[in-house]
Structures are given as C-alpha cells and as structure tokens.
Design a protein around this ligand. Structure first.
Ligand code: SF4
Length: 431
C-alpha cells in the first residue's frame, strides 16, 4: 500500500450532487458484475427476484462457456439500471448500504491507478460534476498530495495495478514520458493545435523503439534506448524546436468536410443506439450545423460554419475557451495511461480525435449559437459553461467509449505507429 495519494485539486472538491445532478450515473452504461460483486450482492438479491434471475442466467451462461462474456446488471428498456427506483435513487444502496454495490458503482466517478507504491486519483468525465470541477476552475488541475489510506478511495482492494517491470521499458519509463507531455501542454504561448502537433511529434520521435512489447530496453541495448528516450523527451523543452514545429504545422490545411463527416456518422450511430437525452443532444447539435442529411456539400458548409463560430467565440472568450481545452487535455493525460495503448502515437491520436469531436459538437451547441447571436450574453460565463459541461460529459459518456468511435479510431490510426499515424494526428490537431 502507498503512503501518499496524488490527485488533481478538483478531486479534493468533488462531492456527488445526487438529486441535483442533471444525469444518473448508471443511465446508458453497462455495469459489469465480477464474481466478487455477485457474492457481495447475494444477500440483497433476495428482495429483487427478477434482477437475481437475470444475473443467475448471465452468470450461468458464462460458466457454461455459452456467452463467454462478463455479466452485466440488468437494465430497464430506457437504459437505466433495473435497481433504480421511480425516484431515480439506487434501491440497492438505499436498502442494503454501499457495501452491496458492485465495485464500479461504489467507486464511480473516481478512477484510481496504481503503479508500485504510487497511487493516483482522478475522475471520469462521464460525471457532469467532475466535468464542471475539472474544466472550469483555474486551479482545477494542480497536483495535490494526500496521506493514505484516504476516504476518497472507497474500495482500495478493487484498484487496478499497472505493471512496472524494469525490463519492460514502455511502462517502466511512463512517468518521465507523461511529465514531458504535460510540459509541452503547459507551453501556452502556442495555440492548443500546435501543442497537440508537438505531442504528436514527440510521440513520433520515440516511435521506432518505445512501444508496448519493445525489446529495446532489454540487455545490452537498454542504456542506448534510455539515452535516446531522454534526449527526445527534452528536445521539445527548447523554444527553437517548438517554434519550428509551430511554423511548419501552421501552414497545413485540414480536409475539413470529410473529418466533419466521420464525426457525424459516429454521433448519428450513437443517437440511434441510445435515444433519450443523447438523441435530443445530437439532434440539436447536428441541426444547428446543417448536418441532418450530411451530403458532401453540407459537410463543407458545416465545416465553414464551425470555423466561423470557433473564431468568433475565440475572439470573445479566448482565454476561457483556452482554459477549458487545456484542462480537458491535461485531464486526459492524468486519467488515461498511455500504456493502455500500443504506442504513444496511438494515444496522442486518440486524444487529438477527442479534442476535434468535442470542439465540433460544442460549436453546434444551441447555447453557443445563441451566445454568438447575442454578444452581450458572452459577458456572463454561465451559458458557455453549461454548453461545455453538457458537450464534454455527453461525448465522454455516450460517444468516446462506443464501438463506433473505437472502430473509427482504430480504422484511422491503422497500426498506431509510423508517419501515416503522425499525419493523421496533425490533421485532427488542427481541427
Ligand atoms: S453522475 Fe456524478 S454527480 Fe451525478 S449522481 Fe453520479 S456521481 Fe453523482
């Protein structure tokens, strides 16, 4: 067990706002039930025969090798958990206490990663309160340390540990690599697009020897690989190196319409699969960008509308917009370990794609459109904050983890390595 916990400052402020929340954590999500969850829930299930039968059937199918899949909590047809009562309260927690909940429910929206004795806590952007706290406050992403054990980690036994084998160079050097990514992000003299391009260039600089499963850090080649890694991580600390990337990158022209088309397909697929809140959100955003149909002309027109709105909003609210997106990227670097991806370049590509999607959806948000039509409304932060929170949370909860978005990412990134993937990072970075 560690003695200390590191977390961004906003997580010291997080409290679930329960009935004041605009969402319900479990609505629209699939909640896995592990064997230990099932044992923990057993006494409570006597009062819920229909749900108990569903779980018994799923678990039985898994044991028989029938479905071969993790059992999930049963859901109502509207996508809410079958344990949610008519007042939208969790009946398991209400009647049997926190101890009866599956790990995912007990810990959400907290996300803990543990590497050796170093534990880190952050939050899931699928929770609107986490989005508000992490993106809006100036100091939200400042690192803090708390003593361990901490009440902020309700189930330490459920924490997933990342391996840190010295021969496995990819994860062993993860910490200095992430620090270098954060240093590049903090160079706010360059626009975010340039900093995303710099992250791509940094990832490309180590792409031939620093990836999951690399042998470069084993045996005799280890010292050479470590020296190369260290040189590449420091390269972008130099203002000249950053300026060179900025100059080269600023001259690139993005094929806007086709990129808008890719995002539109994913959002439409989610609207069809989810309904309710997601369908309403997607419909209003796509309609405002003229994307209900989405032929080539509409895509180009939507791209042009998007860029006009983005420039207009930046002219009026540049510093605030810059802070939200800086925090969004910083949060990704905290929350998502790149070692979960086959390469650093694949990770940066996923990040650039997410930023592009959020920016497009935000510029289609009816509140943003209304703000741009009524410039005096831009003097108060609330409408823009509401639009940012709704966009980021909906994308995080309903789009980013969807099979459609994952297959788009994998299809575009290919092997996730090499000059082609870097090219695609640069395309989406300039979104
Ligand atoms: S989504 Fe977040 S704030 Fe809302 S009920 Fe769940 S944990 Fe609480």
């Amino acid at each position: 067990m560690p003695t200390e916990l590191t977390l961004p400052r906003y997580m010291t402020r997080f409290r679930c706002i329960a009935e004041r929340c605009e969402d319900t954590c479990c609505a629209g999500l699939k909640i896995p039930v592990s064997p230990s969850d099932a044992r923990r829930m057993q006494p409570a299930l006597a009062a819920h025969p229909a749900q108990a039968e569903h779980l018994r059937r799923c678990t039985g199918a898994e044991q028989d090798g029938g479905a071969g899949q993790t059992p999930f909590l049963p859901m109502h047809p509207d996508g809410t958990c079958a344990f949610l009562d008519p007042q939208r309260m969790c009946s398991l927690q209400r009647d049997h206490g926190e101890g009866a909940l599956p790990d995912v429910c007990a810990t959400f929206p907290r996300v803990v990663t543990a590497r050796d004795g170093h534990w880190e806590l952050s939050g899931s952007l699928a929770c609107p309160e986490v989005v508000r706290l992490s993106l809006l406050a100036e100091d939200a992403m400042r690192p803090e340390s708390l003593p361990f054990p901490s009440p902020l980690i309700p189930r330490p036994e459920a924490v997933r540990h990342l391996s840190r084998d010295p021969e496995e160079g990819y994860s062993f050097h993860a910490e200095p690599v992430r620090e270098a990514l954060l240093r590049v992000l903090d160079r706010e003299e360059h626009p975010l697009a340039t900093r995303l391009a710099l992250l791509g260039q940094l990832a490309y600089a180590v792409d031939d020897f620093y990836f999951r499963g690399t042998d470069a850090f084993r045996g005799e080649t280890r010292a050479g690989a470590e020296a190369r890694l260290s040189e590449a991580l420091q390269r972008f600390d130099s203002p000249e190196a950053r300026e060179a990337v900025h100059r080269e990158f600023s001259g690139l022209a993005l094929p806007g319409g086709p990129c808008v088309g890719l995002f539109t397909q994913v959002v439409k697929a989610r609207m069809a699969a989810r309904g309710g809140r997601v369908r309403e959100w997607g419909r209003s955003v796509l309609e405002s960008l003229g994307l209900e149909v989405g032929g080539p002309e509409e895509l180009d027109a939507a791209w042009s509308l998007y860029t006009q709105r983005w420039h207009a909003l930046n002219a009026a609210q540049g510093p605030r917009l810059a802070r939200y997106f800086h925090h969004y990227v910083a949060h990704f670097l905290w929350r998502t370990s790149f070692t979960e991806f086959p390469s650093l370049l694949a990770y940066v590509f996923r990040l650039a794609l997410r930023v592009g999607l959020v920016r497009l959806m935000l510029m289609g948000h009816p509140k943003v459109v209304a703000l741009l039509q009524e410039p005096s409304a831009l003097e108060t932060p609330e409408p823009l904050e509401l639009a940012v929170v709704e966009t980021v949370q909906t994308v995080a909860k309903h789009v980013e983890q969807s099979p459609e978005f994952i297959s788009l990412t994998e299809g575009l990134a290919g092997t996730g390595r090499g000059a082609q993937t870097l090219g695609k990072v640069l395309v989406f970075a300039s979104f």
